[in-house]
Design a protein around this ligand. Structure first.
Ligand code: ARG
Length: 280
């Protein structure tokens, strides 16, 4: 990926912003001076940001991305990102609400447009292209892509770069872009729904699918034992929380909350809960 420099630059700005930020409403500011982060309470200044709904951090996401965000048997929206968004909101003295499901490729435009949601936490990879439209928090998780095929097939990755091969992806994702760049001769099948893509590979309508590795691992283990990961693709992606460029104070406040979540052990707890390891 060519976005490394820009990403580092943005991350550096985020940290600089955090250092200048005053704690708001009794929440604490994390100042990362050593490995043991120290927290200081500076209530002299208020962090200033706007919210679409008072007291609430409103999130917009696509909700078919287990274990990051999905709807459980009881109809509740759950997942790593849901817990993380609640933890962030709590540190900010807010509650968090998730809007109803929206197609993944509408999330960045929704944040850019404003008025409906404050943030999009939805396993969104920080990319140069998206940074043209929205800002991102500091990265909160590393990810890669996975190339999925039927366990019964005997494809090698090279075999898939052919017109009669149909490869599913979720529309507008980094997996979608990866197919276009790396398997340009294949017939790409962009879909709104990740599960529909896996079903299609399972039934033989499609020969492969490209999706984020942690999601592939989770969904194959949960529901698609007839599928296998042919290749782990080391894209070196990082997930960030999309925020509007019009709301820089919100990004700073989120980064301060994220730093606390990292340093007080909450992040490791959430990783352990949703991935069974802190090594992700
Ligand atoms: N990380 C990938 C991307 O940003 C896929 C994210 C899909 N997220 C979702 N909630 N469906 O393009």
């Amino acid at each position: 990926m060519t976005s490394m420099n820009r990403r580092n630059f943005v991350a550096t700005l985020g940290i600089a912003g955090t250092a200048l930020l005053a704690g708001c409403n009794g929440s604490e500011e994390a100042t990362q001076t050593t490995d043991d982060a120290q927290t200081t309470d500076d209530s002299a200044e208020e962090a200033s940001y706007t919210l679409v709904k008072e007291g609430v951090l409103t999130n917009v996401a696509e909700l078919g991305f287990s274990p990051f965000e999905y709807i459980d048997e009881d109809g509740n929206t759950v997942g790593f990102d849901v817990d993380l968004s609640n933890a962030i909101a709590e540190k900010m003295g807010l509650t968090c609400e998730w809007l109803p499901n929206q197609a993944f490729d509408t999330l960045v435009p929704t944040i850019k447009q404003g008025g409906k949601a404050d943030i999009s936490i939805a396993g969104v990879t920080i990319t140069d292209e998206r940074l043209e439209d929205v800002d991102f928090s500091d990265p909160y998780l590393n990810s890669n892509q996975a190339l999925i095929v039927a366990a019964s097939s005997d494809y090698a990755t090279e075999d898939l770069d052919a017109e009669d091969i149909q490869i599913a992806c979720q529309t507008g994702t980094t997996g979608d872009a990866w197919i276009q760049e790396n398997l340009p001769n294949a017939t790409r099948v962009p879909l709104a729904d990740v599960t529909a893509g896996m079903m299609g590979v399972s039934t033989g309508s499609y020969q492969a699918m490209v999706i984020d590795l942690p999601v592939a691992q989770n969904m194959l283990a949960q529901s698609f034992s007839d599928l296998t990961i042919l290749e782990e693709i080391p894209t070196g992606e990082q997930y960030g929380i999309a925020v509007s460029y019009d709301n820089p104070g919100l990004k700073d406040a989120i980064n301060a909350a994220l730093a606390e979540i990292e340093s007080d052990g909450t992040m490791d707890e959430l990783k352990q809960k949703w991935f069974g390891t802190t090594d992700i």
